[in-house]
Design a protein around this ligand. Structure first.
Ligand code: A2G
Length: 427
């Protein structure tokens, strides 16, 4: 309900149920075109309109709709402002997969025009944007979900389930990351990020520029904004080396001598109100295997996803050593604790795809919650808190690693907000 003049608590908030969810998608490039395919595979979704700067991108997604036996969507392309025409249509949801700097302006505009908003990660890149999302969602009563797909990956969902059933005891520490060698994409001037926007971000900002893939699932386990919150953080970046070396080795010397390019590895330590610590890393330069780490440590055990999923739980007894569980024990745990949503949706999710299925589970669940007038698994406070590490880490790095406070975007409601609904879903 309302908790102040024109202000609702959006945590646990359910909007009016919908029979069909009419969607407009802004941005159908490398990320958005997959969303078109996934949403076309979900019942009671109507893809009303598509928008992109490029006509070719829109046409490609029209073909996707045709292949799925869906009617053609209204098409918008050709100018930087044309997305506003899409937002003006009769829609329930605006789905945003554009470069970072557009996420907040588009989500805010959508909500102000009476639509729910779902945006790619990060939802915001400044604290002002974080607050703007929160205030707009509260004032309009429209949902604003950040599309953090990693929250719906199979091991993340299983460990969330296990955390809630107390298997790891009391959580004390977690580690997450976005470690992904992206030099080839960041320096690709033709088929990389439109106008090289990701290079421009990395060339002007030093901190954790992509905090949410690692942080989202951990935050759900630690009940951030629902009994817990981020309190403060410290952040440091290493020197830059891998990006310039890679560029030199690949004949791209113009990227090899940049003065302000982000340091390779950023490490941020976040302290939570209940006491837990979170170690969060970002590195999109170094040639090393992909990792989001996803380590959860409690008083009774530990789980860690990368390089391969491992779990250990202390079951008492006299053991002095604590070896990772073997394959049989891992299988047993999976059978017992696989998240119900993965159990029912896993097969079709793997078939439709999107990072192995998690993207589909995310979209399916978003539509399900909207249809049933339920609160979303990721609300505007999560979008704000998880994204805020972007500007806050930059701030701490610039101050030689000094402590920076994380704002309480719930304005105190984190103390009484109910736990996350996804833990006991009945899909
Ligand atoms: O690489 C992956 O697909 C990322 N997603 C995505 O966020 C983006 O950075 C992309 C490169 O453009 C995950 O790692 C889940």
């Amino acid at each position: 309900g309302l908790f102040g003049k024109g202000r609702r608590n959006m945590c646990g908030y359910g909007a009016l149920p919908l029979e069909k969810v009419r969607v407009g998608i802004i941005g159908v490039g490398s990320r958005g075109k997959g969303a078109v395919k996934r949403l076309a595979n979900i019942q009671d979704v109507e893809i009303v309109a598509l928008c992109d700067l490029g006509e070719a991108e829109v046409n490609l997604s029209q073909q996707t709709l045709e292949k799925a036996g869906r009617p053609a969507a209204k098409a918008y392309f050709g100018s930087e402002e044309i997305w506003k025409e899409l937002v003006a249509l009769d829609l329930d949801l605006v789905y945003i997969a554009t470069p970072w700097r557009w996420h907040t302006p588009m989500a805010v505009h959508a909500m102000k025009n009476g639509k729910h908003a779902a945006t790619e990660v990060p939802a915001a890149t400044t604290l002002d944007e974080c607050w703007e999302l929160v205030e707009t969602s509260e004032k309009t009563g429209k949902h604003c979900m950040m599309l953090e797909n990693t929250c719906y990956d199979f091991f993340e969902m299983q460990t969330l389930n296990m955390v809630r059933q107390g298997l790891f005891g009391e959580l004390t520490h977690a580690e997450g990351a976005y470690i992904h060698a992206l030099c080839h994409l960041i320096t690709n001037e033709k088929n990389g990020y439109q106008g090289q926007w990701r290079f421009n971000q990395n060339n002007t900002k030093n901190g954790n520029l992509y905090p949410t893939h690692g942080l989202g699932p951990i935050s759900q386990c630690m009940e951030i904004n629902r009994g817990n919150r981020f309190s403060h953080l410290v952040s440091m970046s290493s020197q830059e080396a891998a990006f310039s070396e890679w560029s030199r080795a690949h004949g791209k010397d113009k990227y090899a001598n940049l003065e302000h390019y982000r340091g390779d590895m950023n490490t941020t330590t976040i302290k939570c109100a209940r006491g837990e610590t979170i170690m969060l890393q970002h590195d999109v330069s170094t040639p090393r295997p992909y990792s989001r780490i996803h380590l959860l440590q409690g008083s009774k055990g530990v789980a860690r996803k990368y390089p391969e999923p491992r779990i250990f739980i202390d079951r008492g007894g006299k053991a002095k050593r604590h070896p990772w569980f073997n394959e049989d024990q891992m299988k047993e745990l999976e059978e017992k604790y696989e998240h119900p949503l993965c159990r029912t949706m896993g097969e079709i999710a793997r078939k439709v795809g999107g990072h192995g299925g998690m993207d589909f589970i995310m979209d399916y669940r978003l539509i399900y919650c909207l249809k049933h007038g339920m609160s979303l698994d990721q609300d505007v406070y999560d979008a704000a808190a998880w994204s805020s590490i972007f500007p806050l880490s930059i701030d701490s790095v610039a101050k030689n690693g000094r402590t920076v406070d994380v704002p309480d975007f719930t304005r105190g409601n984190w103390k009484s907000n109910a736990p996350l609904g996804i833990v006991n879903v009945d899909p």
